[in-house]
Design a binder for this molecule. Sequence first.
Ligand code: ZN
Length: 87
Amino acid sequence: MRVRIGGKYWTLRFSGNLRDYGSMVDPGHAEGRLIRIGTWQGEQDTLDTIIHEALHCARPELDEAAVDATARDISRLLWRLGYRRNP
Ligand SMILES: [Zn+2]
């Protein structure tokens, strides 16, 4: 799907052959901007990974530790509030 994050358009893709939790690539042009989310992980980790990669896209100046801690806090909060994906 096509998503807008940080004023840019990205392709967000759920990938069955991703070993990592997720990844994002910003080559600087709209056609190549890609976020991939690994489908092997559980729902709570998936939520965390989506927020994590979205944060990298929105705030590229943040380092990995800041992105990791922030995504963890937000995903845990949303999970406790009952947010889930539609099956
Ligand atoms: Zn990261």
